[in-house]
Design a protein around this ligand. Structure first.
Ligand SMILES: Nc1ncnc2c1ncn2[C@@H]1O[C@H](COP(=O)(O)OP(=O)(O)OP(=O)(O)O)[C@@H](O)[C@H]1O
Length: 239
């Protein structure tokens, strides 16, 4: 791991509605490049809201979110779209695979929105198809499935395809929002180990949101959102 800063948040405030208590008030959070962060917190504590702020989907009321030295809150919508496409990979809880595309096409998709990710994928494997195949192979998807519709895959297989899609073109930063919630414990651990392998090879940093405390020891850093969020409990009266 190196010491370059991947993410620096300062004095971040966000509320869903005016004149209502804030959902998030985070004085400071810094994540270094290469870190693998386990982000936890009770249901409704604001984990997805924070990810939405980091990815630029939600707009902060005030404060600073710097990723790789770029201040997200100052970028135009177009510049933010570009930044996201180039530097961020996502794995969602529902995977969001496109049913009318093949596995290879689903995995290659981010390279159609980012020239830099396309260039990296081509440099690694010569073609997008080959790089998609390489990642799917590393994530233990049998070759026989590559041309099947994604709707015929098991949940665990869909999840690994979603991971390959997030990893293609080696973005700096991978965000995974409860990607293992529909798997059993063994499958969760083996998925995370495959994911870590790819992240290590490509020096990709990871923020992984989960409710499952048994996964926590696998990660190099743990963040409890309630401990860094001054607005914690404002919605449900805990504080
Ligand atoms: N689109 C929205 N509009 C208004 N309020 C919202 C919206 N999304 C979330 N909230 C509120 O913001 C708070 C934080 O929600 P969020 O989804 O970020 O929590 P979470 O920690 O990700 O929860 P979970 O673990 O259950 O997924 C909750 O009180 C929720 O009701």
């Amino acid at each position: 791991m190196n010491n370059k800063t991947l993410l620096r948040i300062q004095d971040l405030k966000f509320g869903w509605r005016e004149n209502q208590p804030l959902t998030l008030s985070i004085p400071a959070l810094t994540i270094a490049q290469g870190e693998k962060v386990f982000l936890k917190g009770p249901s409704g504590s604001g984990k997805s809201t924070l990810l939405g702020l980091i990815t630029g989907i939600n707009q902060a009321a005030s404060g600073s979110i710097e990723i790789l030295g770029s201040e997200m809150t100052k970028l135009s919508n177009k510049a933010k779209d570009h930044f996201r496409a180039d530097h961020l990979g996502y794995i969602f809880q529902q995977f969001n695979l496109l049913p009318y595309l093949s596995l290879i096409e689903n995995v290659s998709l981010p390279c159609h929105f980012s020239q830099s990710r396309k260039a990296k994928a081509l440099q690694l494997s010569g073609s997008l198809e080959q790089e998609a195949k390489r990642l799917l192979d590393h994530l233990e998807i049998p070759a026989a499935l590559l041309h099947r519709p994604v709707t015929e895959l098991s949940i665990g297989q869909q999840q690994r395809v979603a991971a390959a899609r997030a990893l293609i073109g080696r973005p700096a930063f991978l965000i995974a929002d409860e990607p293992t919630s529909s798997l059993d414990t063994d499958a969760r651990e083996s998925f995370i180990k495959l994911l870590f392998n790819e992240c290590d090879q490509a020096d990709i940093s990871l923020i992984f949101v989960s409710h499952d405390p048994s996964l926590q020891p696998l990660f190099s850093r743990h963040i409890n959102l309630d401990e860094i969020n001054l607005a914690a409990g404002a919605h449900n009266g805990h504080r």
